[in-house]
Design a protein. Sequence first.
Length: 321
Amino acid sequence: MTAARPGRFTARTVRVKAPGKVNVSLDVGPLRPDGYHSVASVYLAVSLYEEVAATSTETPGITVSISPDSTLDLDAVDIPLDGNNLAYKAAAIMADVSEHATGVHLEITKRVPVAGGMGGGSADAAATLLACDALWNSGLSREELAHLAAELGADVPFSLLGGTAVGLGLGDKLSPALAKAQTHWVLVTADYGLSTPEVYRTLDRLREAEGVEAAEPTGVDPQILTALRGGDAEALSRVLVNDLQRASIELAPSLRDTLGIGESHGAIAGIVSGSGPTVALLADDSVAAEALAEALQRYGLSALAVHGPVPGARIVSDTLI
């Protein structure tokens, strides 16, 4: 970072990238009296990143824009640019706890699908927390940032942490898992989103119709963590689970076709990520993942090869303007 010129306001930009995630497993408990569901999940941060550039401004307040470098079709998605945006909320929280907060403009580069079950908005929030901490020299530790992140939603602390983690409670009680070996996936994104609350309501309705009483989840299948630790895709393929998947398919039946096409073209397993509609297809290795993505693109599907785990939110540049 170069020195500021004395006697005038000098804008500074901190750019941070933060990963999206795949739920390798997701067990969902019954509807609780407070309207939420307890979960037990294994989160995997993957190599599809959101970026937030936080620039200090002389004018007080928070503004948000979406970068034209975003890879999403911005005409097809409705992204709020006001206080309903998670990145805006993250900046507001940081301004409250920072002694030297200025105005800030947040430019978000969107790559993770919106309402796609991969925590794209949560990645924006995690990136913003880290960027504003650096921008305003707040000096918060990762643990303190994670505590603030939990106020913004269950997925935000994980995007800050990255890697692999077990999530309990509402998904926000995180325990890092020692799983550094790579697994390779193809993400098939949709040109529509699914409402997470609606997916949960649909699961409750399906269970009620079937007379199923779900148990409170207490932990995750240790076989999943063993497979991830060894990067054993074959073993992992046998233990992938997502309780929300059938609810997502009930709301978007074409997901069943996407899973079938993926498995018929070389995926060793497939799963809807989180509440969907992004589908995560597991491949044997990076070569198989690239070949699978190319095959699915020929079907007109939006498919991208990724790997995980990857680190959480991190600063990629810090410059004076």
